[in-house]
Design a protein around this ligand. Structure first.
Ligand code: BG6
Length: 513
C-alpha cells in the first residue's frame, strides 16, 4: 500500500479519498414534505434537477412529494418540471428531465392523516421493487416548525424512520430555524432524536453550502500567509455583514414571529463567525470541523451593555433602485404596531487566547441599499509610521475581505505609494474574483447540501451543540429587546443611526461594502 507523502502529513486537507472525483449516492428516495412550498419550488426541485443533469443522482432514485393537494403524479410532475425549468442552474434539458420525471411520485394528505402516512410508508416499500432504492430514504422537512412534531410522530408510528431491519439508511433534513430559543430548540432536538439517530439528522444552514463560505477554510488552513496574523495581536476587529435589499415579501406569517436575529443572526451569521474564528481542525472530517466550530460558538460572549451594543431596527418606507417601497408595518399581513426587527447589529467577543479583546461586529438587515454578505478582518495599524502625518492621512487599516456574495471573491486593502515625487500613501485594493480565476461555476448551496445528505456527509451541517450555543447568544438579546421598540431606518439606507453610533463609541466605523 502506498504511504502518504511525507510532506502531506499533518495537513488537515489530506484525505485518503480524492475529493475531486464526483461521488454518486447510493440508490435512494428523497421524500419532500411541503413540496408545494416556496423552498421546494425555488431551491429543492431545481437542485434535484441540477444534480441529475450533472450525473450525480443514482440510477435507482425516486423523488416523492407529500402535500395537502388533491393531486396525482401528473400534477406534481408538471409543478416540478416548471420549478426545474425556472430555477435550474445548469440549463434545462428535456432528456434529463424525462429521467427524473419517471422517478416522481406524489402522495396526497395532511400531516395528521394516518392513512396518508401509511400510504407513504407503503410507497417507499414498493419503490424498493420498482426503483431499486434498497430501502434508503432521506426525508426533507420543508414545513413550518410547528408541524415538525406531528410529522415526526407519524414517521415513528409507521416505522418509516427506522430501517435497520431492512438494512438501508434513513435520514432527516431539518430546515432552520431550529427552534425559537434555547428551550424550544432542546425540545425539538429531543423529539428528532427520539425518532432518528443523531448521525442521521441533518440540520440545514444553506450558508455552509456556499462556495465562498467553504473557501474560508481553504483560505485559512491551506495557506501559510494568514495564520500568523489571524489573532488578536494583529487583528483589530472583525465585521460581518449580511445585507439584503429585499423586504419580507409574502413571508409575514413566519417573519413577524422570528425577526432578523432569529432568522439569520442565530444561524447564518454565527456560522460565519465560527468559521472565521475556529482553530485548525486536526482533519477535514465532519467531526473534527464541527468540534472546532462548537468550541468557538461556546466561547462567544455577549456584551453587558446591551443598550449600546445590541441594536435593532425596523425598515420604514423609502426608495430602493428608484422604486418607492413600503414600511415594514405596511407590508402584507404584518400586524399593526409590530415591533419585530428587520435589522440587527451586535458586538460579540470570542473568549479564547486567539481572539481575546477583538470585537466581532455583526449586522444584518432587510431593505438595505444592496445585497451583500462579507466578512472583513480589519488589522491593527502599523505601530510606527516612518512618514510624516500628512503622507499617511488617507491610509486606513489593512483589511482582508471575504466577499461571500455577490461578486464572490476576496479583497485585500493595504497602503500604497501614490505615484509622484512626494511620499504619499493611500489605500488600494487587490481583488481575487472567482469568475476570473475559475471557469467552473459554483454549485448552488442547496445542490451541494442535498447531495451531501444523500451521501451521508455531515461536514457542512451544524450539529446540535452548535445550535444550542447559538441560542445562548441570541436569547439574552431577545430578552433585552422584548417590549422595547426597534429604531426605525429608512429603506435604502444602511440601518439605524444607533448602529453607526455603536461603532463610533468604540472609535470605529462600519465598512461600506
Ligand atoms: C434565509 C432567510 O435563511 O436566508 C431569509 O430566512 C433570507 O430571510 C435568506 O432572505 C438569504 O439567503 P441568501 O442565500 O439569498 O443570502
Amino acid at each position: 500500500m502506498s504511504q502518504p507523502q511525507e510532506g502531506l502529513r499533518g495537513n488537515p486537507l489530506r484525505d485518503v479519498r480524492d475529493r475531486r472525483l464526483p461521488r454518486v449516492p447510493d440508490p435512494c428516495a428523497l421524500v419532500v414534505f411541503g413540496v408545494t412550498g416556496d423552498l421546494a419550488r425555488k431551491k429543492l426541485i431545481p437542485a434535484v434537477y441540477d444534480l441529475g443533469n450533472r450525473g450525480l443522482l443514482p440510477p435507482g432514485f425516486a423523488l416523492l412529494g407529500f402535500a395537502r393537494r388533491d393531486w396525482g403524479h401528473g400534477e406534481f410532475e408538471s409543478l416540478a418540471r416548471e420549478a426545474a425549468e425556472k430555477g435550474s442552474r445548469t440549463g434545462f434539458r428535456d432528456d434529463v428531465w424525462q429521467r427524473i420525471a419517471d422517478s416522481i411520485k406524489f402522495v396526497p394528505g395532511s400531516f395528521d392523516d394516518d392513512a396518508a402516512f401509511d400510504n407513504l410508508s407503503q410507497t417507499l416499500i414498493d419503490l424498493e421493487a420498482t426503483h431499486g432504492i434498497r430501502g434508503n430514504a432521506a426525508f426533507y422537512l420543508s414545513i413550518p416548525p410547528a408541524m415538525f412534531p406531528t410529522v415526526l410522530k407519524q414517521m415513528q408510528r409507521t416505522g418509516m424512520a427506522d430501517n435497520a431491519e431492512r438494512g438501508g439508511w434513513r435520514r432527516v433534513v431539518v430546515e432552520k430555524p431550529f427552534g425559537y430559543d434555547l428551550k424550544s430548540s432542546r425540545e425539538l432536538n429531543e423529539l428528532v432524536d427520539n425518532v432518528f439517530t443523531p448521525q442521521d439528522v441533518f440540520r440545514i444552514d444553506h450558508y455552509l453550502g456556499k462556495e465562498t463560505v467553504q473557501n474560508l477554510l481553504a483560505l485559512r488552513f491551506a495557506n501559510t500567509l494568514y495564520e500568523p496574523l489571524w489573532n488578536g495581536n494583529y487583528v483589530d476587529s472583525v465585521q460581518i455583514t449580511m445585507a439584503e435589499d429585499v423586504g419580507i415579501g409574502s413571508r409575514a406569517a413566519f417573519y413577524d414571529k422570528a425577526g432578523a436575529a432569529r432568522d439569520v443572526l442565530q444561524n447564518h451569521v454565527l456560522q460565519l463567525v465560527a468559521l472565521t474564528a475556529m482553530e485548525e481542525p486536526v482533519s477535514f472530517d465532519a467531526e473534527s470541523i464541527r468540534t472546532e466550530k462548537t468550541k468557538v460558538l461556546g466561547a462567544i460572549s455577549v456584551p453587558k451593555d446591551l443598550e449600546h451594543y445590541a441594536i435593532r431596527g425596523q425598515y420604514d418606507q423609502g426608495w430602493l433602485g428608484g422604486v418607492r417601497v413600503p414600511s415594514y408595518l405596511d407590508e402584507k399581513d404584518v400586524p399593526a404596531g409590530s415591533t419585530t426587527e428587520t435589522y440587527a447589529a451586535v458586538r460579540l467577543g470570542v473568549e479564547t487566547r486567539r481572539w481575546a479583546g477583538v470585537p466581532f461586529y455583526l449586522r444584518t438587515g432587510k431593505r438595505l441599499p444592496r445585497r451583500v454578505t462579507e466578512i472583513a478582518v480589519i488589522f491593527k495599524k502599523a505601530p510606527h509610521l516612518p512618514f510624516s502625518q500628512t503622507d499617511t492621512e488617507e491610509l486606513g487599516h489593512n483589511q482582508l475581505v471575504v466577499r461571500v456574495q455577490p461578486d464572490e471573491g476576496i479583497t485585500m486593502r493595504f497602503g500604497s505609494k501614490v505615484p509622484g515625487s512626494s511620499m504619499e500613501v493611500r489605500d488600494v485594493s487587490m481583488d481575487f474574483l472567482y469568475g476570473e480565476s475559475f471557469t467552473e461555476s459554483s454549485p448552488e448551496a442547496y445542490e451541494r447540501l442535498l447531495l451531501d445528505v444523500l451521501l451521508g456527509d455531515a461536514t457542512l451541517f451544524p450539529r446540535n451543540e452548535e445550535v444550542e450555543h447559538s441560542w445562548r447568544v441570541i436569547d439574552p438579546l431577545e430578552e433585552f429587546w422584548a417590549g422595547r421598540k426597534p429604531h426605525l431606518y429608512r429603506s435604502g439606507e444602511w440601518g439605524p443611526a444607533a448602529a453607526a453610533e455603536m461603532l463610533a463609541r468604540d472609535g470605529r466605523v462600519w465598512r461600506r461594502p
